[in-house]
Design a protein around this ligand. Structure first.
Ligand code: FMN
Ligand code: SF4
Length: 409
């Protein structure tokens, strides 16, 4: 049985700012030069855990270059990707670790306001999170001149309205400004012109938790795990047809097989592995031939699979691939913001064709159009939602056409 790691999850269920060891990372940070804090994150090789894998150290460095009096830090807890629940676990079991990461970042880049953007479905946590913030205020870990430093910073909570697209950072910001949650054209980037046109750093919940664990323990401890190109550990959410679904912290480099069979204790009812989707439903299918691929940015890249949010949805041999794809496309149709035609219309048309394919009564035109529409969405959609919505379908057409095009007439 492979063991999971407790680096980011070290303080699960025991973190408190007034316990011995509480806020050790922040205590260490305020005795460091700001450039050295950022340099430590650069050396850790940490990439954003929200899906876009942007190097976190580089983002902090770019953010520090903006010297406006008002500067925002937003912690993205929208977590709308199906199968993804790592941020929920972090906020439930170690909220202080998340807030500490925001504080360290605020100190390093001189930010003035912090906001936790919490998905509407997580509002049941809001009282506990507010209590944690009040507790921090009572210890001067938030407020004016925190722990006698020059940092004055507070964190508030903004509740989303339950839209997947609002996880995309510019839509998130639009929604916070009271507008419909639709993506902005970039540039300007949010680092320069974000919330209320002020410089804004947006990072994922797990990115902030990892920042606090790295600064607490030193980057050298972090890079003892993982691979050269994917140093460290990652909290994954393993779900679907495995015996033991859950959020697990794993070192990069473990194979997908080890994650499913050792950590997830195999597939339900002894069924065989049909495919998995990594990063929620926005990526291509991971097929049996890929199961020994190490879970790392570079190895997944080799098989054309983005790591995304790090969710692993396992699908067993009892499932029909067309039923699965229908559920995926229905999700994207529901969540499309409607701003651009390829995504708004494409998801609708794909669902129509999928319904005919599921009945086994489809035309020759359908077999051509399904791929044409999916590719148009991939290349012409305005944002990542529409660009990745047909990824599962396109890989299924490429690798298992016999399961997609089955006539029943
Ligand atoms: C459709 C869509 C949904 C997204 N949803 C989330 C989300 O729920 N949480 C998140 O952290 N990032 C999400 N992102 C990525 C964010 O735009 C952004 O890259 C991220 O919050 C940056 O944080 P990081 O650098 O720590 O990963 C989403 C992107 C897209 C295109
Ligand atoms: S791809 Fe277009 S329609 Fe789809 S969510 Fe993005 S902007 Fe909205």
């Amino acid at each position: 049985m492979k063991k999971t790691i407790s680096f980011i999850t070290e303080n699960f269920n025991k973190s408190s700012p007034d316990l011995v060891g509480g806020f050790q990372g922040f205590q260490r940070a305020i005795n460091m030069e700001k450039e050295d804090i950022i340099q430590e994150i650069v050396l850790s090789g940490l990439k954003g855990r929200g899906g876009a894998k942007y190097p976190t150290g580089k983002k902090l460095m770019q953010s520090a270059e903006h010297h406006d009096k008002e500067k925002y830090i937003i912690c993205n807890a929208d977590e709308g990707e199906p199968g993804t629940f790592k941020d929920r676990e972090l906020l439930l079991h170690d909220p202080y670790g998340v807030f500490e990461g925001m504080l360290i970042a605020a100190f390093a880049i001189n930010a003035s306001h912090g906001i936790l953007y919490l998905r509407e479905e997580y509002k049941y946590m809001i009282d506990d999170l507010k209590n944690a913030l009040n507790h921090m205020r009572s210890l001067n870990l938030l407020g004016d001149r925190i722990l006698k430093t020059e940092l004055s910073f507070d964190i508030s909570i903004f509740l989303g309205a339950g839209a997947y697209i609002c996880g995309e950072e510019t839509s998130l910001i639009e929604s916070m400004e009271g507008k419909p949650g639709r993506p902005r054209i970039k540039p300007p980037y949010t680092l320069e012109k974000g919330l209320f046109s002020k410089p804004t750093l947006v990072n994922n919940v797990a990115t902030f938790s990892t920042i606090s664990a790295i600064i607490r323990n030193g980057y050298e401890e972090f890079i003892k795990y993982g691979t050269v190109e994917s140093p460290g550990t990652k909290l994954i959410s393993l779900c679907g047809n495995v015996n033991k679904p859950g959020a697990y912290e794993v070192p990069f480099g473990m194979t997908i097989r080890e994650i499913i069979y050792d950590i997830g204790e195999g597939i339900r009812n002894g069924n065989s592995f049909k495919f998995a989707q990594i990063g929620g439903v926005s990526g291509p299918l991971v097929l049996p031939k890929h199961i020994d691929t190490p879970f790392s940015y570079e190895d997944l890249n080799e098989i054309g699979v983005p790591m995304g949010s790090g969710a692993i949805i396992v699908v067993d041999s009892d499932n029909d691939i067309l039923d699965y794809l229908d559920a995926v496309q229905a999700f994207f149709k529901h969540e499309s913001c409607g701003k651009c035609t390829p995504c708004r219309e494409g998801n609708r048309q794909l669902l129509n064709i999928l319904s005919r394919l599921r009945e086994g009564k489809y035309s020759q035109e359908d077999t051509i159009n399904i791929e044409k529409i999916a590719k148009t969405m991939k290349y012409a959609s305005f944002c990542g939602l529409g660009q990745s919505a047909p990824a599962a379908l396109l890989s299924a057409i490429e690798h298992c056409p016999q399961e997609i095009f089955k006539r029943r007439d």
